[in-house]
Design a protein around this ligand. Sequence first.
Ligand code: ADP
Ligand code: MG
Length: 477
Amino acid sequence: MIGVERGAAVEQDVWAQAVAFTRERSPASFDQWFSGIQFDGLADGVLSLRARDEFVREWVDQHFLPTLTDHVRSQTGWSVQVAWTVGGVVDSPVSSHPHVEPVRPKPLSLRPEMAYGVLDRAPVTPRAPAPPPAPIEGLNPKYTFANFVVGPSNQLAHAASIAAAGGGGPRHNPLFLCGGTGLGKTHLVHAVAHRLRLERPEARILYVSAEKFINEFVQALQDHKMNEFRARYREKCDLLLVDDIQFLASKTQTQEEFFHAFNALHQADKQIIITSDKYPQQLERMEERLVSRFTSGLVADIQAPELETRVAIVRKKAQLEHLDVPDDVVLAIAQTVRSNVRELEGTLIRIAAKASLMGRAVTVDFAKGEIFAASNARPNEASVEDIQRVVCHHFKLRTADLLSKDRHKSIAFARHVAMYLCKQRLKCSFPELGRAFGNRDHTTVMSAVRKVEGLRGADPEVRAHLEAIERKLGAAD
Ligand code: ADP
Ligand code: MG
């Protein structure tokens, strides 16, 4: 940790930048409110503020603090707590201080040598904005640390990601993030990339999904460009982020290639972060030596968030999308959608969009009606498991048969039919379906779907089977 090197000047500077950043959005309103606020210090993540009265405190707390504290957090990695003093004399209001030009979050305390440099200088030094670093392919600009809500379910993964980005704390290499779908793995690795890019614009950051890595590898082989490919992944890279490593399953050649890239980077002490929907030991058809590399650093899992975290996430998303959603509606959404943050977000956006279209206020009754309607609509929207169950029932098989390696004709046919129906009715990708059917390759699913499509047109018996199963599943929409 570099807390000891943090001096008052650094903290003044962090504060001044956060003020500049926040003020930039609405200077007049900012100045008006901050004429009643005094800055009493920032130390070890505690921001001390004094407010002229309760009214000013509440307003500033609601309307400005999220932006301010997020900015401080994005610069320092601290999760900022605010200590308020209400009342008393505000003789040095924030709005009376000279304004600093806002710059994008900078390294400050994250690099000790920088922190020392800043300490030597006078506090609140305006800086010339640095030219923006080049964008990194494939990153969502909204997936930053500032936009990530930390709770018990993701605390370790979050802290380890901050450390991997150079933000202090022990750095683990590799860092292996695992957890169910929609729980924030991709968000965290993008955040690491954003942070490092701001911090060290010269760092070479590579973000790829495992699927993309496979495709690039295959393409490089075809084009005889393996040297370039290898240089890219083994040498010209300071931070490698590989998302959804589970898709490397069964790809022995790609796994071999990845193994060498991994070793080269690891030996050069370049940070590697990998995400997966399973623990390393649970990855199927993955070479043992890769699995053992994956477990050699830190494996940090992300669990489904608990209620408080879900509430905070819905609030954060509403704030980011500029949606005015009352607290009881936030709570109703957080209470209903439990296991997937993506769905939590989707529900919020849908409710807000519908209310706005209908010219209605977002009340808790309106929200509950929407949530209820959506949960009622869901039975039509079967899951992969539902479809597998119905298909098995129809063909008098066990679900385990569908997932097995059994290639017996009648089982293979039922499996193909189930894959086809899943593809028709669900928004699943081929690789997702491959996984859901006993970790099969996505090309297997593709050819199964094509085959059943063909048979449906050509073979009345097949058509009759399909129609019978579809009746059981209910009409598709
Ligand atoms: P995964 O990669 O684990 O499937 P994502 O990173 O794509 O999940 O997250 C799904 C959605 O949920 C994204 O929009 C992301 O911003 C959001 N999300 C997940 N966890 C959090 C969190 N802790 N705070 C804020 N947003 C989150
Ligand atoms: Mg993801």
